[in-house]
Structure formats: structure tokens, C-alpha cells
Design a protein around this ligand. Structure first.
Ligand SMILES: *[C@@H]1O[C@H](CO)[C@@H](O)[C@H](O)[C@H]1NC(C)=O
Length: 437
């Protein structure tokens, strides 16, 4: 298990270096920026893209009229071009990124000389993913300014602005459809609970709550994204979305722990060490959610964001590893019981169920963390939504599996066992002991 957690952590670390900005209209204050390069948002343009830049409160530390302000300005660059520009800078072919012919200059400060603000709109017709970058190549000038940047694509005959990046523009629909799926699941679950009301445990109502929260979470995420798509800002809906993500996150992890312990269907109480796991996981989920909010609300290249992303990943890894412990303990207890209480078949059945659950939880965690990040990295920006969909489908599969395997049962299979089955089970347990499976 330690190995699982360690390799998992390594994979996830790599994802730190992948970032897809959901480019909202963004306001950035820069104060006394010396010779340096400052990346802003990343955005996937179609061939009808636009970049709108409003720079105000410009203040240069050096008012000398002879300085070459063509070496201070904004440009757009693809990731690929950026690698080559780095090479050009290293080889001395150019002395400033703004001089390279590989990038698209948006505006330099020469045009704005003397003024305290300027506005530009430039069309982007080469569909690609670009990063907006500010470069100051002068060592004796410090620049302060307020930047409003908006990137969008024009859609349809009416040229409606679409503030979502090319690979994300269908996300509102994806989230909406998924939320319908979860609302249907919730309805089915209510029906099952009603039909099997005599064998329903408290954990089954907990499961219902998790599914309903997930459905609401998705519908608010859909509304949040579609609001960004239309207006470039997220006000209002993002708060609801964060609240529901937060509740869903806590409830889901708690549910995995509770099922792992066998709470309510195997035993009515939690052991102390199991309670401890919950007391670790729940506060960590609070931290993870705070980190998620900060990550979403800050510019993708800010220093804060990297720190919070590290916090988030660390906390997430700890939570994911912690939830595995109760399952492992349950498996151990069941094996122990099988040997001593003489009900091998019943225990073997439970054991198999918990082993399956253990493997499925690991697969779910791996898939939604590692595989999804890998997909984000290898797929083109245009298909960013496919990695989101893959993650959501894996989550859906996990919910369905959990619901199906731990559904309320009218005929408790544990009691309908004949001697032959009992003997076979005892035999298998003995074999397992010999081979230490
Ligand atoms: C930003 O600049 C564009 C282009 O000049 C202009 O249409 C827009 O109104 C400006 N926005 C703000 C907030 O100043």
C-alpha cells in the first residue's frame, strides 16, 4: 500500500506543471516589474479569436525619453514557439523575446509613450492555444500597471462572444447531461430504498445524500461554466458550486470510509482507529477545498497558485491513502473471523466483497487523479473536455458499483448457505492461508 501511495504521489507531482487556464476576464495589478517575463492566462483560440487588452495606471520608474520602449510590451505565444524563443534567446539571436518573429506582438509601450493607459483589441486567426505574456527587457526601467485581459472566440452569425477556451466550450453541456444522469440515479435509489425498506441501513441514506449532492454539484458547475462562457466572469454561481463541491467532497470520503469499515451493515459502531481516520480525512478535505477555490480564482502562473496546488495535491494524496486503511482493516478482521467463528462461507463472501471494493477504490482514485492528468497532458487543448468526461465517467462507474454492491438486499445471501458451500469456502480460506493471498 505504501508503494501505491508513493507512486501515486509522484505521478500527481508531474501534473503541477500542466495548467489549463479557464480564461476569464482577468484584472492583474503589476507593481514595479523589473527586467522579466510575466505569463498571464492561457487560452485556446479558434480562427475567430480576439484578445482585448486594457492597460491603465501605467507608471514607469524611468521617465528618460531616450529609453527604447519597444522592448517593453505584451505578446502571444504558443508553447511550441516559446521553446524556440528560449533557444533564440540562449543563442543570442535575439536579445528580447519581443524581437522574435515566432511570437505575435500585441502591443509594446512605444505606442503608449507618455500616456497612462492604452486599449487594444487584436484578432487571432491561427487556431491554437496561446499564452499571453508581458515582457520587460530593460534593466533600468520598472513598470507598474493594471491590466485587464479578456480572450474570447466569436461564435455563430451574430458573433457572440464565447469566453471559454476552444476545448472547454462544450463543458457546460457535458456537466448538465451528467447531472441529469445523477438525478436519475438518485430517483432509482429512492425507488430501491422504498422497495427494500425492511433491509435498509443508515448507510443507504448516506449514499442517497452523496448522489444528490453530486447531482447538484454538477448542475452548479454547469451553470458556473456557462455563465463564464457568456460573460467572462463567474459571479454568483461559483459560490454555490464551491459549497456543493465542498459538501460532496466531505460526504464522498466519509462514505468510502464508512463503507470500508462496514459501518451499519456489519456493525453499528466505529472503532477508535476508524474514527481517527475520519478525523484526519474531514479536516483535510476542508483544506483541500479551500486550496481548490484559491487555485480556481488566481491567475495560472501566480506564485500563490503553485503553493496552493502543492497543498491541494498533498492533502488529496493523504486523504486517498487514508481511506484505504479501514478497508484493509476490515479485510483483516474478516479473515480472522473466518478462521475462528466457523462461518467460513459467510465470511468469505464478505471478504470477497471488501477485496473488490478495495481494488475498485484504488482504481477510482488512480483513474480520477493520475489517468485524467495524463490525458490532460497528452490530448490537444481542443479535446480538453474529453479528459474531464473520462474522469466523470470513472466517477459515475464508481458510484454505480458502490450502489450495486452494497444495495439493500431482501434475501440476505449470508443465511442461505448449505453445507457443501460451507465446506468449499473453508477449503478456499485454508488454501489462501497457505499461499498468503
Ligand atoms: C478595453 O478596450 C476595448 C478596445 O478599445 C474597449 O472596447 C473596451 O471598452 C475597454 N474596456 C474597458 C473596461 O476599458
Amino acid at each position: 500500500m505504501a508503494l501505491i501511495c508513493r507512486s501515486f504521489f509522484l505521478f500527481v507531482l508531474i501534473s503541477l506543471f500542466v495548467s489549463y487556464g479557464s480564461a476569464e476576464v482577468r484584472f492583474t495589478d503589476l507593481r514595479s516589474v523589473g527586467r522579466s517575463i510575466v505569463p498571464f492566462d492561457q487560452f485556446g483560440f479558434t480562427h475567430t479569436g480576439r484578445l482585448e487588452l486594457n492597460v491603465s495606471k501605467i507608471d514607469l520608474s524611468n521617465k528618460n525619453p531616450d529609453i527604447d520602449l519597444a522592448k517593453v510590451g505584451f505578446f502571444l505565444s504558443t508553447l511550441d514557439a516559446w521553446m524556440h524563443v528560449f533557444q533564440q534567446l540562449a543563442d543570442g539571436e535575439v536579445t528580447c523575446a519581443l524581437e522574435s518573429d515566432l511570437i505575435k506582438v500585441v502591443s509594446d509601450f512605444k505606442a503608449a509613450k507618455g500616456k497612462s493607459r492604452f486599449d487594444v483589441v487584436i484578432p487571432v486567426s491561427n487556431a491554437d492555444q496561446y499564452t499571453l505574456v508581458f515582457a520587460n527587457c530593460l534593466s533600468d526601467v520598472k513598470v507598474s500597471m493594471t491590466v485587464r485581459s479578456a480572450m474570447y472566440n466569436l461564435e455563430g452569425k451574430q458573433n457572440i462572444r464565447d469566453y471559454l477556451s476552444a476545448g472547454q466550450t462544450i463543458l457546460p453541456r457535458v456537466y448538465f447531461l451528467l447531472s441529469l444522469v445523477y438525478f436519475s440515479l438518485a430517483a432509482i435509489w429512492i425507488y430501491v430504498l422504498y422497495k427494500k425498506r425492511l433491509t435498509v441501513f443508515r448507510i443507504h441514506f448516506f449514499m442517497l445524500a452523496v448522489v444528490v449532492l453530486k447531482a447538484f454539484n454538477l448542475i452548479f458547475e454547469s451553470e458556473d461554466k456557462s455563465y463564464i462562457k457568456r460573460t467572462g466572469s463567474a459571479h454568483g454561481w461559483d459560490v454555490l458550486f464551491y459549497i456543493f463541491s465542498f459538501l460532496k467532497g466531505i460526504m464522498l470520503f466519509t462514505l468510502i470510509v464508512l463503507i470500508g469499515t462496514g459501518w451499519s451493515f456489519l456493525k453499528p459502531f466505529l472503532q477508535d482507529k476508524e474514527k481517527k481516520v475520519l478525523m484526519i480525512v474531514i479536516p483535510l478535505q476542508v483544506v483541500a477545498n479551500i486550496a481548490q477555490v484559491v487555485i480556481d480564482e488566481t491567475s495560472p502562473f501566480g506564485a500563490d497558485r503553485i503553493t496552493w496546488k502543492q497543498v491541494f495535491l498533498l492533502v488529496d494524496v493523504i486523504c486517498c491513502c487514508a481511506v484505504l486503511f479501514p478497508i484493509v482493516w476490515s479485510i483483516k478482521n474478516l479473515r480472522e473471523a473466518a478462521r475462528t467463528d466457523g462461518k467460513a462461507a459467510v465470511n468469505l463472501m464478505k471478504l470477497t466483497l471488501f477485496r473488490q471494493y478495495y481494488i475498485v477504490v484504488i482504481c477510482y482514485i488512480y483513474f480520477t487523479r493520475v489517468v485524467v492528468y495524463a490525458l490532460e497532458t497528452i490530448t490537444s487543448y481542443k479535446y480538453f473536455w474529453t479528459s474531464v468526461l473520462a474522469g466523470e465517467l470513472a466517477t459515475l462507474a464508481f458510484y454505480v458499483f458502490t450502489g450495486y454492491k452494497f444495495r439493500p438486499e431482501a434475501h440476505n445471501p449470508y443465511f442461505a448457505i448449505d453445507d457443501e458451500e460451507e465446506e468449499a469456502a473453508a477449503e478456499q480460506l485454508k488454501l489462501e492461508d497457505e499461499f498468503e493471498l
